[in-house]
Design a protein around this ligand. Structure first.
Ligand code: NAD
Ligand code: USQ
Length: 384
């Protein structure tokens, strides 16, 4: 297949592009390098050194003989997005190209507006570009499990059959997300479902849980292929942060009492889920939703699991929660769709022992301790 990966320079976009190319697909990537810009803005850096996209692409060509074409541009620029699709003519577009940090979106008014504009406008431009180029192009869009929030009922895969006053309908599952970032994904989902309904587009919305890990088999062979690993309090996700804290001998920073439960997924399963979604497209007019997570754990359970797996001492510290979120709640998620397509999930502890501790150990000298403490409060309303 011809697959275009938007956000192909990012944490997940780059290994996905390599994985798809490794599996014989013709792959192109596009990125505006905004993620590298946030590093400069925040004064942080990936724990694992990363090469410029041109070097990555060249390294992959040398190693595999496969060419990944790369494009530089911003998908909030409608002309760029349309020309990209009309030039490359993909059969599937994998859309990772969004601002993806909840704390970044909560820094102040400007960051909230940037996040929603970047994410919602980019996706809307993409929907128009698909509709005008070829309505058969399958959109594989990265959503998030956080779109649902933590409702007191089971979380279904995107849709819910509702009975009300003796009548029944199949409706988009109600959403109650926990940040302006997560809200941008909800807005995207509604726009995509509408485009499927009016233009007959085919789309898969992957409501992904928190990703952990840094390597997939195809990127292990050469350090020039490495993807980023964030550990700072704004872009670092909880499990990756806890691993870095364990290796440094620092306490694992559980926010609140740690009862908040989240879906998790290994990066090796992420790239497989994308491949499976691309190779098994949604039907014309279908807005298909998969919950892309493999395990559910509370934050405290994640911390305890890492402390147990780590071969040295590891302590847990309970901090006042800078976020507004429930930390005692029901959480039961249906996530059978991707397993039905053939996903064979990795288990958490196995991954940590085999690769993540060693990766962090190798680069521990690069950690900036000042970047690890949370600074963004959900309760503040700064306008700068
Ligand atoms: P990332 O920030 O590392 O990668 C996103 C990439 O998109 C970056 O390279 C960035 O420069 C690019 N980008 C952003 N806006 C763009 C624009 N307007 N035009 C072109 N390129 C643009 O993020 P990631 O962790 O790889 O996440 C990828 C996607 O997966 C995001 O949509 C995110 O919401 C979703 N997701 C991530 C996780 C996770 O744990 N990392 C979990 C669930 C969902
Ligand atoms: N948390 C801690 N201690 C920390 C960091 C986080 O207790 O040091 C807690 C947070 O309060 C939260 C949970 O861990 O309850 C998850 O936080 P996170 O930063 O790992 O994840 P989140 O903000 O939800 O965002 C990440 C990605 C985002 C993706 C989302 C998937 O950055 O792109 O959409 O995970 S999900 O959580 O399923 O919505």
């Amino acid at each position: 297949m011809r697959v275009l990966v938007l956000g192909g320079d990012g944490y997940l976009g780059w290994p996905t592009a390599v994985h798809l190319s490794d599996r014989g697909h013709t792959v192109a990537v596009a990125d505006n390098f905004a993620r590298r810009g946030y590093d400069h803005e925040l004064g942080v850096d990936s724990l694992v050194p990363i090469e410029p996209l041109v070097v990555r692409v060249r390294a992959w060509a040398e190693l595999s003989g496969q060419r990944i074409e790369s494009f530089s541009g911003d998908i909030t620029d409608a002309a760029f997005t349309r020309e990209l699709l009309q030039g490359f003519r993909p059969e599937a577009v994998v859309h990772f190209a969004e601002q993806r940090s909840a704390p970044y979106s909560m820094i102040d008014q400007a960051h909230a507006v940037y996040t929603q504009r970047n994410n919602v406008v980019g996706t809307l431009n993409l929907l128009y570009a698909i509709a005008e180029t070829d309505r058969d192009i399958h959109l594989v869009k990265l959503g998030t499990m956080g779109e649902y929030g933590t409702p007191n009922i089971d979380i279904e895969e995107g849709w819910l059959t509702v009975e009300h006053n003796g009548r029944s309908d199949r409706m988009l599952y109600p959403k109650r997300p926990g940040s302006f970032y997560h809200l941008s994904k909800v807005h995207d989902s509604h726009n995509i479902e509408f485009a499927c309904r009016i233009w007959g587009l085919r789309a898969t919305d992957l409501n992904q849980g928190i990703v952990y890990g840094q390597q997939i088999p195809a990127t292990e062979a050469d350090p020039r292929l490495a993807t980023r690993l964030d550990y700072d309090a704004i872009f670092g996700t909880v499990l990756n942060r806890f691993v870095v804290q364990a290796v440094l001998g620092h306490p694992l920073t559980v926010y609140g009492s740690g009862g908040q439960t989240r879906g998790l997924i290994d990066i090796r399963d992420t790239v497989e889920c994308i491949r499976l979604a691309c190779e098994n497209p949604a039907a014309a007019g279908e807005f298909r939703v998969f919950n892309q997570m493999t395990e559910a754990m509370s934050v405290e359970e994640i911390a305890k699991t890492i402390a147990e797996c780590y071969p040295g001492p590891a302590e847990i510290e309970y901090l006042d929660n800078p976020r507004v979120e429930l930390d005692t709640h029901y959480y039961n998620v249906v996530h059978t769709g991707l397993v039905g397509l053939g996903l064979a999930p990795h288990r958490l502890c196995d991954t940590l022992i085999t690769s993540l501790f060693a990766t962090v150990e190798q680069h521990r000298h690069r950690v900036d301790l000042a970047a690890m403490r949370p600074t963004v409060s959900w309760r503040a309303t700064n306008s700068s």
